[in-house]
Design a protein around this ligand. Structure first.
Ligand SMILES: [Zn+2]
Length: 112
């Protein structure tokens, strides 16, 4: 999994008052009951404001998670903490059949 390059703006251009955005994300584990494995991604004013992650399922087509809207909403509301869950909207294709990936991602956002 890697940050998707979008060639977009820097964090400082979008959010001049923000010194740091920390995004914690965990993906639903294949094994039931396995602990969520959070990874931490830190954005500074010089970082590209690329808040989208690829889906962790290799077979997933057109999937991914865009945390940008949550970060945007959080900053505009003047709050500094948020958490929630989103589901991947990509597809798992098996011959003629396709079904939603729906892999869940838990996220936490901390704005400084
Ligand atoms: Zn997916």
């Amino acid at each position: 999994m890697s940050l998707t390059e979008t060639g977009c703006k820097k964090v400082s251009e979008l959010y001049p008052d923000v010194t740091r955005i920390v995004l914690f994300v965990a993906f639903q584990q294949a094994a039931a009951g396995a602990d969520a494995n959070y990874q931490q991604i830190i954005f500074t004013p010089d970082s590209e404001a690329a808040f989208r992650l690829d889906c962790s399922r290799d077979a997933c087509v057109d999937g991914g998670f865009d945390y940008g809207p949550f970060i945007d909403e959080l900053i505009k509301s003047g709050e500094s903490r948020a958490h929630g869950t989103i589901a991947c909207e990509g597809w798992l294709v098996d011959g003629e059949n396709r079904r939603r990936c729906s892999l869940h991602s838990e996220y936490r956002i901390v704005i400084d």
